[in-house]
Design a protein around this ligand. Structure first.
Ligand SMILES: [Mg+2]
Length: 142
């Protein structure tokens, strides 16, 4: 694994993002931080089913995905989404467990952020995940 290199957050400007997070306060904080960075929050989901529905409907550039959510976990939702729609999924979770991290990686997610995270690190981490996703998807995307 390469060392953590923080990407320029400018690449996030104008990107469409769906926030999947069951805690209203956290969701609001995310929305604020992403909007401030110039991202366009097109939908929010409070559970795993809503997450799948919102992402497949909106086809965003980036999905911020909590793991512990009602109805379906974020990992289950990510699996369903990535089976039909290639998208940059960034896991945002309190689980720092390496097994869960490996599972997320196997599903094809692009980033894994452990909460709580400070605002000055959140955006560079998302930018890094998006840059990684662009690199992986190559010319197949758009
Ligand atoms: Mg949660």
């Amino acid at each position: 694994m390469p060392e953590l290199v923080l990407s320029n957050v400018d690449i996030l400007k104008g990107l469409r993002v769906v926030i999947c997070e069951d805690e209203a306060v956290t969701q609001m904080q995310m929305r604020r931080a992403l909007t401030r960075a110039g991202m366009n929050v097109v939908a929010s989901a409070f559970d795993g089913n809503q997450a799948i529905e919102a992402v497949l409907r909106e086809r965003p550039d980036v999905v911020l995905m909590d793991i512990r959510m009602p109805k379906r976990t974020g990992l289950e939702a990510a699996r369903e989404i990535l089976a039909v729609a290639p998208v940059c999924v960034v896991i945002l979770t309190a689980f720092s467990d390496t097994e869960i991290r490996a599972q997320a990686e196997q599903l094809g997610t692009s980033g894994y952020i452990v909460k709580p995270i400070t605002h000055d690190l959140l955006l560079p981490c998302i930018a890094k995940a998006y840059a990684r996703w662009l690199e992986r998807s190559g010319s197949a995307e758009r």
